[in-house]
Ligand binder design. Structure first.
Ligand SMILES: Cc1cc2nc3c(=O)[nH]c(=O)nc-3n(C[C@H](O)[C@H](O)[C@H](O)COP(=O)(O)OP(=O)(O)OC[C@H]3O[C@@H](n4cnc5c(N)ncnc54)[C@H](O)[C@@H]3O)c2cc1C
Length: 384
């Protein structure tokens, strides 16, 4: 038995998409990934290639350049990259986190300006909420946007830990437009990174996700056109809260895919590697250890699948998405750690995918909302 350990129950349409996504992952991403890890970022070419293959902004309506597909399409692409540990190109952030803000809250002009080029891979998107002094507590951000008498916005402040930070052409920036109102004074602005006043800072050195260009961004009294405001003034926090469940679901889908990959790698290793005159797969402690990892992965798949169904039906609430994100990312780290142990010293070598995937896994418990914040959101549902 090979990949059948984790069967995909695809519709014919999704099976065809999986085939495209799998080929793309193996042919256009995997061969370059080690170089991108050394570079600390992926190439622009892979974004164009993903656009050409029709793999970007798949859930964006066709009239805006996307494929008008449902969320399953992005689940399939995430699975195919995640199972191979190809964490460098953050396509899902661009396609299913950034683009939906434009689809849901953008004006027709904003949508036409950005979405077709995001779908083709010509424009790369990022979202900037976190600042050096605040991440979990988004209402405390200090980046300021002040409307000028001529209608333009003056943006000043600093963001950090921004994925796609070096490559981004468009950044959705959370800023205070009415600071006295706290969370109700947060707005979202569309920042064209070719405009004066935008500055990219360091590409940060991380523990894992080495091919991602996580960066600092600076806005030095940057003047943005009046139509840079996304949606309504002061509604930004509400928009973030509405969109975050999908982001959390995506983190969980990556977690499940990573667990699937790790179980398969460990299974193959235990079969091949010999100790004390027999394959490691003969040792009951290891056999049972992997059996437990497989069971945990199946449980995570089932929970995630339930949330995908709810999401497609428009029934995924914030507490359930948070429960899944926390549970799946904690389980991912546990399963990957147990699988890595089965590789002995080789498990610690970055030349093996299990080592890279383990390092990548650590941040899943932090970004998109930490486990502690996720549990707080769940607890509010239970007690408030
Ligand atoms: C690789 C990477 C990529 C990222 N990409 C992006 C991106 O593209 N865009 C973006 O905006 N951000 C991004 N982030 C930022 C990420 O979302 C934040 O790091 C995360 O939300 C936590 O915020 P913080 O780092 O400020 O930690 P803090 O908020 O300072 O939290 C520190 C610790 O305190 C705990 N804590 C905080 N408040 C509470 C509470 N009320 N109760 C209990 N415990 C609490 C936290 O759980 C955590 O353990 C990224 C981060 C990383 C590492």
């Amino acid at each position: 038995m090979t990949e059948a350990l984790f069967e995909d129950h695809d519709s014919p349409e999704m099976a065809a998409l999986r085939d495209t996504a799998r080929r793309f992952a193996r042919e256009q991403v995997a061969p370059h990934h080690a170089q991108w890890e050394r570079d600390g970022m992926v190439s622009r070419d892979v974004w164009r290639a993903a656009g050409t293959a029709g793999l970007l902004c798949m859930t964006t309506p066709e009239a805006l350049g996307g494929a008008g597909a449902d969320f399953r399409a992005c689940q399939v692409f995430t699975q195919e990259l995640g199972r191979l540990g190809l964490s460098g190109p953050v396509f899902h952030l661009h396609s299913e986190i950034v683009a939906p803000y434009l689809v849901h809250y953008g004006s027709a002009a904003q949508q036409q300006r950005w979405l077709p080029r995001m779908a083709s891979g010509e424009v790369i998107g990022a979202i900037a909420m976190t600042e050096p002094d605040t991440g979990s507590d988004l209402a405390a951000i200090r980046t300021r946007a002040v409307q000028q008498p001529d209608g333009r916005w003056k943006l000043s402040g600093q963001k950090t830990f921004i994925s796609n930070g070096q490559l981004a052409d468009l950044v959705i920036v959370a800023a205070k437009t009415q600071p006295e109102k706290g969370a109700k004074g947060v707005s979202l602005l569309l920042v064209d990174t070719s405009l004066p006043g935008f500055r990219r800072g360091r590409k940060l050195e991380k523990l894992g996700m080495l091919a991602q260009d996580t960066s600092e961004l600076f806005f030095d009294d940057m003047l943005l056109p009046a139509d840079a405001l996304l949606g309504e003034d002061g509604r930004g926090f509400g928009y973030l809260m509405t969109e975050l469940p999908q982001e959390r679901l995506l983190v969980a889908l990556w977690a499940v895919a990573a667990m699937e990959g790790a179980v398969l790698w460990a299974r193959d290793w235990l079969r091949e590697r010999k100790a004390f005159g027999a394959p490691l797969a003969d040792k009951q402690v290891l056999r049972h250890g992997l059996a437990a990892c497989w069971s945990d992965t199946l449980a995570a798949r089932a929970f995630a699948e339930d949330c995908v169904c709810r999401h497609i039906d428009g029934r995924l609430d914030s507490a359930t998405a948070s429960a899944l994100k926390a549970w799946a990312s904690e389980m991912q780290f546990s399963v990957l750690d147990r699988c890595l142990q089965m590789f002995g010293g080789w498990g610690y070598m970055r030349e093996l995918p299990i080592a890279r995937a383990w390092a990548d896994a650590r941040v899943q418990r932090i970004y998109g909302g930490t486990t502690e914040i996720m549990r707080e959101l769940v607890a509010r549902r239970l007690f408030d």
